[in-house]
Design a protein around this ligand. Structure first.
Ligand code: NAD
Length: 498
């Protein structure tokens, strides 16, 4: 069986750990590889490699760094289909979706190609007589990324293109369930001319993560994953004096107003709820139907849910693949059951779906649950599967209050033809990313991505301008070049401008 190793100091390595994790093909249910679960020593080697590479990389001119970014972008573009296949085989999502993820990740590389402009400082002439002030930003040192299973390429790419372009060196700890894309990306970095040690991948689990969090040689940690782990990462990393941005889970609502185009809303709701089998942090998992929109949207979404083409992500034409593991499949099926037990109505039930030829795959069919209340488990839990709950609401104000009472605040959307309602909504919701007739409002790379409340711990969102700020720190210089004939004008009082 294939063994997936680590990538440290520019080469694959087996490290020292004797622990391994199983990597499955979720469409067939078969184990296809084992991944090394890094030891404390393996992570320390990766951090040491990154530390060794930092002095030279951080001193490499911004122009030279940019050339490597452009070369890397070209290589990722050329190998996009290959990376997408690695993702589909380990995650299960359909190939077109995997390609979409690579494309969205590549947009962050393109953003980072603009690093000469992004790192430009400020200059103020003559702030005091013969005194100028200017500012610039410097990289932090070794920074780490810890990433989830659901976007094996895009989420790491939210982090390392910006971090590396800023002059940092990077240690990535990908999800142990989907490790192959990161290893291929490491090879592409090398081919692009990135010096060895600037980008390292250490595979593993909690042992690897805790070693990163406790290492005095790691300056900052970016995390994306579930809320309990995000909170833990933020607390432990911060307690150890690191900069931490930790993005957590989500419960994303889409509000449908009676004036919305119901067919348009239903098409987009179905794609947002069932695309990637609902395993997206920006998936819509709760439809909040206002007034008379309720029965209409339910009927239209039911129709679409029944029509979704479910099967192996490798088979062209399929729209939705399996979920990632058998444990995820069992958990999702169990949660759907609690919906029924707690009084909701299952209008489309995907629990018994069998895909011919893939009987052992981890499939769950699209599921719609109506008459869901906020006290039910299907509403309170992040299901992370192809399950859409429909909650009825009396008004847009009531819908906003419902969203704001939810502990998560990642994304939300509204379907309406009323500019006034949309504006009330965008100003009223306590959520980081908002879509108006756009169900999955993932910001482009030149904006920053991040949620509110339990969807993000820390104060900086990822990529975009906040990403550059996160991976750098500022210096402000106040300078004077005295002429020999100038009076010194030194004073014992606190300096003030003249
Ligand atoms: P997860 O929290 O289980 O794992 C994320 C990372 O943390 C992995 O690298 C994993 O190895 C590590 N980890 C897991 N348990 C740990 C522990 N006890 N101690 C230390 N490290 C640990 O998340 P997942 O199941 O891989 O991904 C799905 C979750 O990620 C969902 O909750 C989803 O909403 C969230 N997510 C959020 C965003 C966002 O932008 N907010 C984006 C993608 C995914």
């Amino acid at each position: 069986m294939k063994t997936i190793e680590h990538w440290i100091a520019g080469k694959p390595t087996t490290g020292t750990s004797d622990r391994v994790g199983a990597v499955y093909n979720p469409a067939t249910g078969e184990q296809q590889a084992e991944v090394l679960l890094g030891s404390v020593g393996d992570v320390e080697s990766a951090i040491a490699a990154a530390q060794d590479a930092f002095p030279s990389w951080s001193q490499t001119s911004v122009s030279a760094r940019t050339k490597i970014m452009f070369a890397f972008r070209e290589l990722v573009n050329r190998h996009a289909a290959e990376i997408a296949e690695l993702i589909t085989d380990e995650h299960g999502k359909v190939l077109s979706d995997s390609l979409g993820e690579v494309q969205r990740g590549m947009e962050v590389i393109e953003f980072a190609c603009g690093i000469p402009t992004l790192l430009k400082g400020d200059y103020s002439d003559q702030v005091s007589t013969n005194v100028d002030t200017y500012s610039f930003r410097e990289p932090l040192g070794v920074v780490a990324g810890i990433t989830p299973f659901n976007f094996p390429a895009m989420v790491p790419m939210w982090m390392f293109p910006v971090a590396i372009a800023c002059g940092n060196t990077f240690v990535l700890k990908p999800s142990e369930r989907v490790p192959s894309a990161a290893m291929r990306i490491a090879e592409l970095w090398q081919e692009a001319g990135l010096p060895d040690g600037v980008f390292n991948v250490v595979n593993g689990d909690k042992v690897a993560v805790d070693t990163i969090l406790d290492s005095p040689d790691v300056a900052a940690v970016s995390f994306v994953g579930s809320t309990p782990i995000a909170k833990y990462i933020h607390e432990r990393g911060s307690a150890n004096g690191k900069r931490v941005q930790a993005l957590g889970g989500a419960k994303n609502h889409a509000v449908i107003l009676p004036d919305a185009n119901i067919d348009f809303a239903a098409d987009h709701l179905a794609a947002a709820a069932f695309g990637s089998a609902g395993e997206r942090c920006m998936a819509i998992s709760a439809a909040v139907a206002v007034g008379s929109a309720g029965d209409l949207i339910l009927e239209a979404v039911n129709e679409r849910a029944r029509a979704v083409q479910v099967g192996s992500g490798r088979v062209a034409g399929n729209e939705m693949g399996p979920v990632v593991t058998q444990a995820a499949q069992e958990r999702i099926i169990g949660l759907i059951g609690t919906g029924e037990e707690q009084g909701a109505t299952l209008t489309v039930d995907g629990r018994d779906l069998k895909v011919p030829g893939y009987e052992n795959g981890f499939f769950v069919g699209p599921t719609v649950i109506d008459q869901v209340s906020t006290s039910m488990d299907v509403y309170r839990e992040e299901i992370f599967g192809p399950v859409l709950s429909v909650v009825r609401s009396g008004s847009v104000e009531e819908a906003i209050a419902l969203i704001n009472a939810n502990p998560y605040g990642n994304g939300t959307a509204i379907f309406t033809n009323s500019g006034e309602a949309a504006r009330t909504f965008q100003r009223g919701v306590h959520v980081g990313m908002i879509g108006i007739n756009v169900p999955v409002p993932v910001p482009m790379a030149f904006y920053s991505f991040g949620g509110w409340k339990n969807s993000l711990f820390g104060d900086k969102h990822v990529h975009g301008p906040e990403g550059v700020a996160f991976y750098t720190r500022a210096k402000v210089v106040t300078a004077r070049w005295p002429h020999v004939d100038h009076a010194s004008e030194a004073s014992f009082h606190f300096p003030t401008a003249k």
